[in-house]
Design a protein. Structure first.
Ligand code: CA
Length: 229
């Protein structure tokens, strides 16, 4: 999952980002409305975490603008405003959930996972191809019934390709899914992740193949006459 955290309290933002990264999520952080809007309109996120009190305005206005532009990325609002009317207002502006500050980090994590599971974020919990099945919620990969351990970026590549099974996924989209904004990306590192992933899938007899589509990106499909049970 890819998350945008919009929070101007740098310490809180960093703590959230690192807790989310520990959960295998890709995280971008914005500290103002302006920065958040550039990111949110420019990249696909699974969940937005939006503080209301930002230096250049109310975080709700970002959600309102996104909804106006038919961007329905699930959003959870962080608010220090405790009265019920203010909380309801968050929902009126198109937020999917809200959490009053201060909050327990575990509770935020649980709500983010729940939002990421909603149909707007992702249609189903399990995806499969060949002998491979992937549990988006538990972040587990199984080949037949044996677990296959994958590092975070390989997992993200596999998840992205599997969700578009049989269709070419553009390189740029993979890069966006696998790396955070501003992360130093070496030109061939995506290819190295794909190539390691491919070897592991092959060694595990996963019954899927990852093809490079020259100049475009990658495509995952079930192996012809593959290892399907
Ligand atoms: Ca704030």
């Amino acid at each position: 999952m890819k998350i945008l955290v919009v929070e101007d309290d740098a310490e809180l933002a960093q703590a959230l980002a690192s807790a989310l990264r520990d959960q295998h999520m890709v995280v971008d952080v914005a500290s103002s409305l302006r920065e958040a809007s550039d990111l949110a309109f420019g990249s696909a996120y699974d969940v937005l975490v939006v503080d209301r009190g930002l230096p250049d305005g109310d975080g709700l206005s970002l959600i309102e603008r996104l909804r106006g532009a038919r961007v329905h990325t699930p959003a959870i609002v962080l608010t220090a405003m405790i009265d019920v009317a203010e909380r309801v207002r968050s929902l009126d502006y198109g937020a999917d959930d809200y959490l009053g500050k201060p909050f327990a980090r575990d509770e935020l994590m649980a709500r983010i996972r729940a939002l990421g599971r909603r149909p707007a974020g992702r249609a189903q919990r399990l995806s499969s191809a060949g002998a491979l099945s992937l549990d988006h919620e538990d972040r587990q990969v199984l080949v037949t019934s044996r677990p296959l351990a994958l590092p975070r970026r390989e997992w993200l590549v596999l998840e992205t390709l599997l969700l578009s099974k049989g269709r070419t996924v553009h390189r740029q989209r993979l890069v966006e899914r696998v790396y955070g904004e501003g992360e130093d990306i070496q030109s061939n590192s995506l290819d190295s992740h794909v190539s390691r992933l491919r070897s592991k899938l092959e060694a595990a007899c996963a019954g899927v193949e990852i093809h490079a589509v020259r100049g475009v990106g990658y495509l995952l499909r079930e192996a012809a006459g593959g290892e399907r049970e």
